[in-house]
Design a protein around this ligand. Structure first.
Ligand code: AMP
Length: 368
């Protein structure tokens, strides 16, 4: 086991396994292209080690160049990608073969293909050393893939965790045993969002609020936002398939998280079941569900107060608030039994000073 920054990683792929995958790729590509002089284009930074070993195993005429993209992952479904080192000159009419260290969801690949779409190349192919075929969106066909890997966060052989680990000769995977995954449960206004802000700092967790994700999408008028809007404005739940997909995408965007606080999700039994299946596929699980309890009348007052400041239309109208409570009683409250059956349900009073409530929650977490 090794430690990089705050996280632990365990050995995953040996030098021998990596080396033979690189040699196989070089052989396959040579079989298809040895009669010409292809230009191999490495995608920096991660691919530098792969490109070096690949070229040593490729015994025919070829050229090499690099591009560099930098992606900023925000709350959007596509991270904004900036080009730091652009397409090389004189590639017109040539065979271009991209050498990627890893392809996962395909978000970066999309930008890469876009970068080359303006060029007039003879042939454009994509090769990757590591391939997460399970989560790949399938938008473009991958011409050559070295090693198919499950959806694990990996480091080494050029790949980093916050810039550390690139010099490792083997590939390591994140050790998930240290993770804590929590569900904050409770009616609208119970203080889930407020408490999540404190808990995420205290325990180094990633906070995912489906309500915030929907509001972000509505503000930016995305397709997802337009779809959710009519439900949210009435205080109804957004359909499960939309919400589940959005949640899973957001978890996938944080493969190196030390754990998650799910706030406002799951809200239906179908969501809770989908969450269990999804987490199990990543060797993760929910450790605890903690409910913040408070009376309806107190919550209504809190929400109306919040509505004055936040401008949220679903907080400004008592009928909509009551509808959200009805949705909760009907669809979300049964989750108490769902998590009790797994011995994961805890409940604390959500009435009192904010820091007192944080202490009550911390006590539950620390006893896990
Ligand atoms: P919140 O900020 O958690 O109160 O969520 C605001 C609104 O977003 C809810 O009233 C629902 O319309 C929608 N929403 C948030 N999370 C979910 C979810 N897990 N399932 C369905 N709808 C949701």
């Amino acid at each position: 086991m090794i430690k990089l920054h705050d996280k632990y990683f365990k050995p995953f792929l040996s030098q021998t396994v990596i080396q033979s995958a690189v040699e196989n790729l070089a052989k396959k590509i040579a079989d298809d292209h040895k009669g010409e002089t292809p230009i191999f284009i490495g995608v920096l930074n991660g691919s530098f080690m792969f490109v070096a070993d690949f070229l040593k195993a490729y015994d025919y005429p070829c050229e090499v160049s690099f591009v560099k993209l930098s992606s900023y992952q925000g709350l959007t479904s596509t991270g904004i990608v900036e080009t730091l080192l652009d397409v090389p000159e004189n590639i017109e009419g040539r065979t271009v073969i991209i050498l990627e260290d890893i392809i996962d969801t395909g978000r970066t690949l999309k930008e890469l293909v876009h970068l080359f779409s303006k060029t007039n190349v003879k042939e454009f192919k994509i090769a990757t050393l590591f391939f997460k075929s399970e989560i790949y969106n399938g938008e473009y066909s991958i011409d050559y893939a070295g090693i198919n890997i499950p959806d694990k966060f990996i480091v080494g052989y050029g790949l980093d965790y916050n810039e550390l680990g690139r010099n490792l000769k083997e590939v390591y995977q994140l050790n998930q045993k240290h993770m804590i995954n929590l569900v904050l449960f409770g009616k609208p206004g119970a203080g889930k969002g407020t408490q999540a802000e404190f808990l995420k700092e205290k325990y180094n967790l990633k906070h995912i609020s489906t309500g915030d994700l929907f509001r972000y999408n509505m503000k930016n008028d995305t397709e997802l936002g337009q779809l959710a809007k009519s439900y949210i404005e009435k205080g109804d739940l957004v359909p499960d398939e939309v919400t589940i997909k959005m949640l899973e995408d957001d978890v996938d965007k944080n493969p190196d998280a030390s754990g998650f606080i799910f706030d406002g999700f799951p809200r239906t039994t179908a969501q809770a079941k989908a969450l269990d299946v999804f987490l199990a596929s990543k060797e993760m699980k929910i450790d605890a569900t903690i409910a913040l309890e408070a009376d309806d009348e107190i919550l209504i007052q809190r929400l109306l107060e919040r509505g004055k400041v936040s401008g949220r239309s679903d907080d400004q109208d008592e009928d909509k608030i009551r509808n959200r409570f009805e949705e909760y009683n009907l669809k979300t409250a049964p989750l108490k039994e769902f998590y009790e059956a797994q011995a994961k349900f805890h409940s604390v009073s959500g009435i009192g000073a904010i820091d007192e409530i944080t202490m009550r929650l911390s006590k539950v977490i620390e006893e896990l």
